[in-house]
Design a protein. Structure first.
Length: 327
């Protein structure tokens, strides 16, 4: 009898999509152009009313590795991520947002690290681009050499605003971990619907996976390409919505997984800066305790707060000076 497992792809590349007719083809093609070929590409169209679905069907008709599905109605972003995940057959899962791209060697360079059972996830450095992916306008996640590190390095850095990814668009995970740790909702004290704004669920995929493994890995090469454009979540969200909702996700994680009181005080310092910098009250966040589902009493490391605030002020001054110099 044929071993059914041997017939399944090693990697599932998941592409949830909504109204991206101008760029979805480029995204799918970047998945198909991988030098690692034991893969499937699962595309789920969230009831787009443009030409997105037709383009997905065309790719599925040309390449058997593409499996295209369509929702009858729009089910919201996170439910669509989970709809993709429900179709995944690979041992490993790579989420590829429909406006982004990956380098042809992305899988070949990241997958070997996941062959180590103590490594929970792997990510690469990332380029930000607008129209031409060869013209980078910024780079992220290059704060360490290629290699394997303790997950505490990721957890501490991600919680305190370091140069660590919150988007799985530059990473790869075991499918079983994505099924377990990609949450539809994030418990919170302000009745925010994380299934619809989709800000923070992605970061928690990293954090919740990190606490289950001693190690993670990074590849210090820009092998993922994030597109900056007017309709992306990052650029279209109301001012402050993204950092504050990531903070709510961090509060949920910290309440359940961080026991170090001195670290919590530093995290609260970060929250306090964002609370006033972005007017948290517009999202129902009026005090530090609101960042935690149980509204726990929140104490602050004010020395750390002063250090971080000074960096924020310095960064804003430099931005203003840069604008004046360009005129």
């Amino acid at each position: 009898m044929t071993d059914q497992k041997a017939l399944l792809p090693k990697v599932s590349i998941l592409i949830p999509v909504y109204k991206r007719e101008a760029i979805i083809g480029e995204c799918i093609q970047s998945a198909l152009d991988q030098s690692f070929t034991d893969l499937e590409v699962v595309v789920v169209d969230n009831a787009s009313d443009d030409g997105t679905w037709q383009i997905c069907q065309q790719f599925a008709a040309k390449d058997h590795r593409v499996r295209a599905f369509r929702n009858d109605t729009n089910i919201g972003p996170v439910r669509n991520w989970l709809a993709c995940l429900a179709q995944a057959r690979g041992e490993y899962t790579k989420i590829l947002w429909s406006d982004d791209l990956i380098h042809p060697e992305f899988l070949d360079k990241l997958l070997p690290f996941l062959e180590q059972p103590d490594v929970g996830f792997v990510y690469s450095a990332t380029d930000i681009f607008t129209s031409n992916r060869f013209e980078s306008i910024a780079q992220y996640f290059r704060n360490a050499k290629t290699g394997v590190y303790d997950t505490a390095f990721y957890i501490n850095g991600a919680l305190l605003g370091g140069d660590f990814p919150g988007s799985p668009g530059c990473a790869i995970f075991r499918t079983a971990d994505v099924r377990k740790n990609l949450l539809l909702q994030v418990p919170n004290s302000v009745n925010s619907d994380f299934s619809m704004h989709a800000i923070g669920n992605d970061l928690l995929l990293f954090l919740l996976t990190a606490v289950e493994y001693p190690k993670f890995a990074l590849v210090n090469e820009p092998l993922a390409y994030f597109r900056a454009h007017a309709t992306s979540i990052t650029t279209s969200a109301a001012k402050g919505k993204i950092p504050l909702h990531y903070d709510l996700a961090k509060g949920f994680f910290a309440e359940n997984h961080v026991k170090d009181e001195s670290f919590i005080k530093k995290l609260n310092a970060e929250f306090l800066i964002h609370l006033y910098l972005y007017q948290g009250s517009q999202f129902g966040i009026r005090s530090l305790s609101d960042f935690y589902p149980a509204k726990i009493s929140a104490r602050v490391d004010y020395f750390y707060f002063a250090q971080r605030l000074l960096r924020v002020v310095r960064k804003r001054i430099m931005s203003i000076l840069t604008v004046f110099k360009s005129k």
